[in-house]
Design a protein around this ligand. Structure first.
Ligand code: GLN
Length: 281
């Protein structure tokens, strides 16, 4: 069989499972098996595929048919123009989170060097992206999952900024350090009630610990805000990703804890997805 025929079989199988991106996914999976990129694959559709590769491909299509996200099958996801290693121990970086990174880079580019803390760093995508643009700055990423921390370390090495970052596998309560200029976090913010309405891909495969924010989804957001009060410099910035309809409550908590809301960022569906706040004196 050739690549064209394999793509036809693969995409049909995924379509039957109602996977919306059935064509793209089948192409990405075949590119992985043939160790090529999607462009070259599509330029060589009549290329013969060996029996061994056919079997490998069938296996990947089977995994995707059970709703395993493509990022986990490929073990990588692009974020802010870089590829990040991801496994089922890390959340898959989301385009919404890039909006926060974008805003922070604009804010701090050409400023003096700053010290950054990323709470719940996961794959490390946020802090690695920030530090790769903010040249003189340095930072710490913490996460309660030691497996996630290992992935984050690998990503920092791959992107050649491991000398500017320290990754620590500790709970937030145990963290103490000199104060930071910027604290970022994309904490788990889905409420336990909403969790069951997430898509199969997310529910079955992504780490629940990275998504579930407790009863109203605010448990971890509150923890981050309370802790940040201690470890952020006066006039320092807290950038938080939040869930749908959490803006009012989160801004109230921030204001009650002596923060001033400086900025909010809406996502592609026009929900407030990120709050940038300043710690007052
Ligand atoms: N900081 C990582 C990300 O934004 C992980 C976040 C998390 O695990 N909640 O993708």
């Amino acid at each position: 069989m050739n690549s064209y025929e394999l793509l036809k079989i693969g995409s049909t199988t995924l379509k039957e499972k109602k996977i919306v991106s059935f064509i793209l996914d089948s192409e990405l999976l075949l590119s992985k098996v043939l160790q090529t990129n999607r462009e070259d694959l599509l330029l060589n559709l009549s290329k013969r595929v060996s029996k061994k590769d056919f079997l490998k491909y069938s296996n990947l299509i089977h995994r995707r048919s059970s709703y395993e996200p493509v990022a986990y099958i490929l073990n990588k996801k692009e974020f802010w123009g870089k590829f990040f290693n991801v496994t089922k121990d890390t959340l898959i970086p989301r385009p919404e989170t890039e909006l926060m990174v974008d805003q922070l880079i604009k804010k701090y580019k050409n400023k003096k060097k700053i010290s950054i803390l990323d709470i719940g760093t996961g794959s490390g995508c946020i802090i690695i992206s920030l530090l790769s643009e903010l040249n003189n700055s340095f930072g710490v990423g913490i996460d309660i999952s030691h497996r996630a921390i290992n992935i984050a370390k690998k990503n920092a090495i791959n992107h050649c900024i491991d000398t500017k970052i320290k990754f620590l596998n500790i709970p937030l309560t145990k963290y103490s350090n000199k104060k930071h200029d910027l604290i970022v976090s994309n904490p788990p913010y889905i409420s336990t009630r909403e969790f069951k309405y997430l898509s199969e891909d997310i529910k079955k495969f992504e780490p629940r610990i990275a998504l579930d924010g407790g009863n109203d989804g605010l448990d971890l957001i509150k923890k981050v805000i309370y802790k940040t009060k201690e470890i952020l410099k006066i006039n320092g910035t807290l950038a938080l990703e939040i869930g749908n309809k959490q803006f009012r409550k989160v801004s109230e908590i921030l204001i009650n804890n002596n923060f001033k809301i400086e900025f909010r960022i809406n996502d592609y569906r026009d929900n407030v997805r990120c709050i940038i706040a300043k710690k007052l004196k």
